[in-house]
Design a protein around this ligand. Structure first.
Ligand code: KG4
Ligand code: ZN
Length: 416
């Protein structure tokens, strides 16, 4: 089901990608809603096959971490080249592991932003080519929406729910009243939480990626040894800011160096981690107070952090809310989450054209509102549902009703 690959393991897998040019998708198989998804926004080359938006049939992640570690962080050009080398074999392995032929698929989903533009382009070109060759609809996915939907693959809550997305590139609190609406309540004004972990780790001389290193080191440290700042911003604000904390850690290390004193790296790691976690959790608690009774999902790579999980457990119990996080393998970048995020769009007959371009700064609101989407009556009929409203609607609980037949509402633009 899930797997990681290195170059050697992937040799000879390309043949599974070769299908009949222009093959028409089979209607029967489409009802299973098999989506092949591709993710290359940063340093993981990933492909997966997911059924019905929730059941993982395969999930292949080829990580470049070992390559980037040499440079102390992700080097964009190196990432792009790595994706070029891996993508074909990773996609082939995803199909092979799932036991799926291209003609069994209902659609191809791909991350087209936000992320490193060169890295995104590789996955996007591979997905477009595959979709075009096999006559499949293409669904472009926002990377953060992927993280948001990862929990669907592990039986997470149905809407409405609140998400704390904490990754190397993002820190956001989002209210999700339905599968198509994302209300950003707060976001970082400078560094992302994962970025702060990575930069602090680097200052401590730890290898990339720093989050897991700090987490491990902090387990034997004293979180109260160094008083570090917590940035709460304005009283009502659910925004975050971590650059002041990062600077405080750098000053602490420089001062100690100039005085000729040593610091205990374990205590620096624990004190830093405690400061990040306290702000993340307390802002989440503030968001829960605005939406009482709504469960919380913590998503993104930093959701793996053990202190974050511990403090969330304690505060959720004290405040009386439910929270969960996807399993670790689904918290970090993967393509199964991209398929899960594509599913609600596919089931409404929404897709993108072959002119879809990579967008380094793709906005969540623009993606959710349906900018650049096309809609197909034929796809809607194939999916067995009925379009009753447009995407991005704030009230939008109706949407497509799978398996029901009634009068179709006017469709925004016709293609296919
Ligand atoms: O979601 P992700 O795989 O990639 C992005 O979309 O950014 O997140 C990667 C980030 C890195 O900054 C990494 O240091 C952080 O997640 N991370 C952690 C832990 N595991 C990964 N941060 C803190 N504690 C961890 N255990
Ligand atoms: Zn990510």
């Amino acid at each position: 089901m899930e797997g990681t690959m290195d170059g050697a393991a992937m040799a000879g897998k390309d043949s599974a990608l070769l299908g009949k040019t222009g093959a028409e998708p089979r209607a029967g198989d489409q009802e299973e809603g098999l989506i092949l998804a591709v993710e290359t926004s940063c340093d993981e080359t990933a492909a997966a096959v997911v059924e019905g938006g929730t059941r993982i049939r395969s999930n292949i992640v080829s990580s470049q971490i070992a390559i980037h570690r040499r440079f102390g962080g992700v080097v964009p050009e190196v990432a792009s080249r790595g994706h070029v080398e891996q993508i074909t074999a990773v996609m082939a392995a995803a199909l092979e592991d799932a036991g799926v032929h291209p003609q069994d698929l209902a659609a191809v989903a791909v991350t087209y932003g936000p992320g490193l533009v060169g890295a995104l382009l590789v996955g996007l070109m591979a997905a477009k080519t595959f979709a075009w060759v096999h006559g499949l609809p293409l669904i472009g996915v926002h990377h953060i929406v992927g993280h948001l939907f990862a929990h669907r693959l592990a039986g997470g809550p149905e809407p409405p729910w609140l998400a704390l997305v904490v990754s190397g590139g993002h820190t956001e609190l989002i209210y999700i009243p339905n599968d198509h609406t994302f209300e950003v309540l707060g976001r970082t004004r400078d560094d992302a939480a994962g970025e702060a972990f990575d930069k602090t780790a680097r200052a401590l001389g730890l290898p990339y990626p720093g989050g897991p290193q700090i987490d491990a080191l902090a387990s034997s440290g004293d979180p109260e040894r160094y008083p570090l700042p917590r940035s709460w911003l304005e009283e009502e604000s659910l925004d975050f800011s971590f650059s002041g904390l990062k600077t405080a850690v750098l000053n602490l290390l420089n001062d100690a160096r100039q005085r000729g004193d040593g610091v205990r790296p374990e205590d620096v790691a624990a004190s830093f981690q405690a400061a990040v976690v306290e702000v993340l959790v307390e802002k989440t608690v503030r968001a829960v107070r605005r939406y009482p009774g709504v469960p919380v999902v913590v998503a993104g790579g930093v959701a793996a952090n053990s202190a974050l999980r511990r403090v969330m457990d304690r505060r959720a119990e004290e405040e009386g809310f439910l929270w969960s996080a996807p399993p670790l393998a689904l918290c970090t970048d993967n393509a199964a989450m991209i398929a899960a995020a594509a599913w609600p769009r596919l089931s409404r007959g929404w897709f993108h054209g072959m002119d879809l371009n990579a967008r380094a700064n793709l906005g969540l609101e623009a993606w959710a509102a349906g900018t650049g989407w096309r809609r197909s009556r034929r796809m809607i009929r194939r999916m067995g549902g009925v379009a009753t409203e447009s995407l991005g609607s704030r009230s939008g609980h109706g949407g497509i009703r799978m398996g029901q037949r009634s009068v179709e509402a006017p469709v925004a633009s016709m293609a296919g």
